[in-house]
Design a protein around this ligand. Structure first.
Ligand SMILES: [Zn+2]
Length: 465
């Protein structure tokens, strides 16, 4: 079956056919680095991480770019508050962003492209738009005349004559209220670059088109971002790029992630329910976060609550227990019944992922498999080695697409604690002069490569070999 993707432009699922055969060019709007990233970012970037991982799993060669908005009004404001330079603030929070992404296991991006490193390309595009008559210069900057681009409004499914103009800067020098800035004249003390239209800095929308045109050319496969970026940001990108290159469409598949609510409310600083990724990571680990995000379709709204996070953790624990239950069975015979369940799960999982990356449905097939594993392990003590291998590697394969990984069943801290417990039990036995039992513990541990030494400070242990 073919992979199908929901395209915001057409409002329906479409068969996924990349422009250049097996190569997929994918761009996702990155963060404006003026503060710590929040759970809304986490949801969006985990979603595209899973999409990129799945496309690669399906054999596509994915070139995934994310921009870093390191010049913006918000950064300038924040820098004033902190008494620092805007670029210093941007670099600082860019590093924090990478840290947050690493903590979430978001590692599918090939290139993070900074806006400030593509100013020349932006100036070139603005010059082109001026030449072609799509843009005009005023004393406050350069603006895009949206009435010159008939397709403006198509992505957000708006009538160009009745465009919503809120969220677009008010400026008395503009021709139309919906016109957006391509270049802003810098005010005193703001970062500024020289240009043919005076010293200033680029508008936000031109960043993405300059970056994608540089690396992908005039057309590419997937553009992602949160749903609230459709208008005016993505609409503006289309208007800029298509007017500049004359090639349409700029993007073959527009893919948008849904809103993340916190306890039923939209996250906002004024409501005080703004949760940063690092705060949430203090309470729940990477696997729990990823399980929470993939439990809902990427483009549906979802709600972050303690209950939902606890449920996600229980799901991860459930899979982990099944995985290790099968892993710890004795090698022997049996397990044929697992193969039928494995085939069903694989088919269901891939079919669901092919259906617009439907992770909740894919998960239900994964749980179908773990239920079978549990049933088998409760009734049997051994399993055929080849069958175990196949089942476990398939589970690992699916989990790695979702970005969930177990590592070892017990972590180091737990292992240390268990050894301490055994040593204490053995010392207790020795105090009671039950030397035979105490020696049995020492002997069994030695078999595992752990040597106990009785010293004047008590018993210590070391790993042999
Ligand atoms: Zn963007």
């Amino acid at each position: 079956m073919a992979l199908r993707v929901f395209n915001t432009m057409s409002g329906r699922k479409e068969e996924f056919v990349p422009i250049h055969g097996n190569r997929v060019q994918m761009f996702v709007c990155g963060p404006t680095v003026y503060d710590y990233s929040h759970l809304g970012h986490a949801r969006t970037y985990v979603a595209y991480d899973v999409i990129a991982k799945y496309l690669r799993y399906r054999g596509y060669s994915v070139f995934y770019i994310m921009n870093i908005t390191d010049l913006d009004d918000k950064i300038i404001r924040r820098a004033r508050e902190l008494g620092k330079g805007p670029l210093d603030v941007a670099r600082e929070f860019e590093v924090e962003f990478y840290r947050d992404m690493a903590s979430l296991g978001v590692d599918a991006v090939n290139l993070y492209a900074r806006a400030t490193e593509h100013i020349d390309e932006m100036i070139e595009q603005i010059e082109g738009l001026l030449e072609k008559g799509y843009a005009y210069v005023t004393e406050t900057g350069v603006y895009y005349d949206v009435t010159k681009f008939p397709r403006y409004g198509r992505l957000s499914h708006q009538n160009p004559k009745e465009l919503v103009v809120h969220r677009i800067e008010v400026d008395p020098t503009k021709r139309n209220p919906g016109d957006f800035a391509l270049w802003k004249r810098s005010k005193e003390g703001e970062p500024s670059w020289d240009s043919p239209f005076g010293p200033g800095r680029p508008g936000w929308h031109i960043e993405d088109t300059a970056i994608t045109l540089t690396y992908f050319g005039p057309q590419y496969d997937i553009h992602g971002g949160a749903i609230e970026l459709i208008f005016p940001h993505h609409e503006a990108e289309i208007a800029q790029a298509e007017a500049y290159t004359g090639v349409s469409p700029l993007v073959k598949y527009w893919v948008h992630t849904g809103i993340l609510y916190v306890n039923g409310e939209k996250m906002s600083k004024s409501l005080g329910n703004f949760i940063t990724i690092r705060d949430s990571m203090k309470r729940y680990d990477k696997n729990t976060h990823r399980m929470f995000f993939v439990s809902t379709l990427y483009r549906s709204p979802m709600d972050y609550t303690d209950e939902a996070m606890r449920e996600a953790k229980a799901k991860v624990d459930g899979i982990k227990n099944s995985y290790f239950a099968l892993k710890s069975l004795r090698a022997g015979s049996g397990g044929r019944e697992l193969l039928a369940a494995l085939d069903r799960a694989r088919e269901g999982f891939l079919e669901s992922m092919d259906d617009d990356f439907n992770t909740p449905k894919a998960l239900s097939h994964l749980f179908g498999l773990t239920r079978e594993i549990n049933r088998y392990c409760s009734k049997h003590e051994e399993v055929e080695e080849g069958i175990r291998e196949r089942v476990l590697s398939t589970l690992e394969e699916f989990l790695s697409i979702l970005g969930i990984e177990f590592g070892e069943r017990v972590d180091e801290r737990l292992l240390e604690g268990l050894l301490r417990l055994l040593v204490d039990v053995r010392e207790g036995l020795r105090r009671e002069r039950r030397y035979e039992e105490a020696d049995e513990i020492r002997r069994r541990l030695k078999e595992l490569g752990i040597v106990l030494e009785d010293t004047s400070r008590g018993t210590v242990w070391k790993v042999e070999g």
